[in-house]
Design a protein around this ligand. Structure first.
Ligand code: PMP
Length: 389
């Protein structure tokens, strides 16, 4: 039976850039020992106190259909947090709770783009972006952030791609590069958005993982609150990846329509998950700092290991749980390097090419395993790289 073009052409190939990850998984399933530095998932589970609250809420009856926009207390809590960190007046009416950041990305593009509209995104990009944009009916258009510019997007490149665009998706702190966008970058984006009248969809799911500089939200720039949809999530900030809880923050008219979309897609997020999320947010910033701490530590460990050699160069990681390593001195592509490293050393890293053309000749290393094992794997990766020359 014929399937829709929309679904059969969602990604360029069926792996959607995850081929190396699937290969590593298959090896593990076959009983091999593989050091997994591929995906952005914490090496700790969700905190026991959050799970207790989830359990308590479920036992207390929050197992039926929950409020589709999100329970009011959670929407208010998210709004208060955003108002405090951005200085932009924000109420619960500016917030819709979603099934994680991924559902928020899809919904935000459904709100910003009509079928066939140009939807810009920055390359290197988080692997689901082009498929998400296509899924929403838009035509994804990549705007490169160049390695020689330390992967900061150049507003000139954005302005060049902007005519006729309906939206631009940005992500800071960035996955896969670890780059935090500078004020100048964001001001350039804001200017292009206002000149060319497009929406900015600002993926800020790593906003609690900042190692250098500060996180600036696109929504806080003058004139941007009316044309920005911020994507947030508790996956990374609270180690709640499996709970599928996130949000979109935007103008109240956009949020009203997004709630209608939720009614016709997810029908909201489980009440006991929302209650647990509320409890988790109320634990405050110290809890979030604690969740981020291992990634800060491993970044330091990595930078020490990479010091004093010049075969593997790190793109300075200012945030998030990844290192983007430039391995072009080996003469290998990121894909060839990652495949050889997996075949010969049983270490799995993501090829830069999985994240777009701009990250060719790089590999992304997730800082998501215990310190000692992480240090040993990175040391071996450096030796392996040197042996290729
Ligand atoms: N955006 C970025 C940049 C991500 O890295 C991820 C997850 N890896 C997401 C969004 C989606 O996360 P979730 O759906 O778990 O909130």
């Amino acid at each position: 039976m014929k399937l829709s073009k929309r679904i059969t052409t969602l990604t360029e190939d069926e792996s959607g850039g995850w081929a190396l990850y699937f290969k590593a998984r298959a090896l593990v399933e076959a009983g091999e020992s593989v050091t997994e530095l591929t995906i952005g998932e914490h090496d700790v589970g969700t905190d026991a106190a959050i799970l207790d609250e989830m359990h308590r809420a479920a036992k207390a009856g929050h197992t039926g259909y929950a409020a589709i926009p999100g329970i009011p207390a959670l929407r208010d809590e998210v709004a208060a947090r955003v108002a405090a960190t951005t200085g932009v007046p924000t109420t619960g009416d500016n917030v819709v709770i979603t099934a994680g950041g991924q559902a928020a990305l899809f919904a935000a593009h459904m709100a910003a783009c009509d079928p066939g509209d140009r939807a810009l995104f920055i390359d290197p990009y988080y692997a689901t972006y082009p498929g998400t944009l296509r899924g929403a009916g838009a035509v994804p258009v990549a705007v490169p952030a160049r390695a020689e510019n330390a992967f900061q997007p150049d507003p000139k490149d954005i302005a060049a791609a902007a005519p006729g665009a309906a939206s631009l998706l940005i992500n800071t702190p960035n996955n896969p590069t670890g780059v935090v966008y500078s004020r100048a970058t964001l001001e350039g984006v804001a200017e292009a958005a206002q000149t060319h009248d497009f929406w900015v969809i600002s993926d800020e799911v790593y906003d609690t993982q900042i190692w250098e500089g500060e996180h600036l939200s696109m929504r806080a720039l003058p004139g941007m609150a009316d044309r920005t949809l911020v994507v947030g999530s508790m996956s990374k900030s609270h180690a709640m990846t499996g709970s599928r809880i996130g949000w979109i923050i935007g103008p109240d008219e956009a949020v009203r329509h997004l709630i209608n979309l939720s009614t016709h897609t997810t029908y909201g997020v489980a009440g006991y998950i929302q209650k647990a999320a509320l409890f988790a947010l109320r634990r405050g910033i110290d809890f979030e700092t604690g969740i981020a701490e291992p990634f800060r530590r491993r970044r330091e460990i990595a930078l020490k290991i990479l010091e004093g050699q010049n075969v593997v160069r790190a793109v300075p990681p200012q945030g998030a749980m990844y290192l983007m390593l430039d391995i072009r001195t080996t003469g290998l592509s990121g894909t060839a390097f990652a495949e050889k490293l997996l075949d010969q050393r049983r270490i799995a890293v993501m090829p830069g090419e999985s994240f777009g053309r701009a990250a060719a000749g790089h590999v992304r290393v997730a800082t998501t395993i215990a310190d000692d094992a992480f240090a040993a794997a990175l040391e071996e990766l450096v030796q392996f790289a040197a042996a290729q020359i």
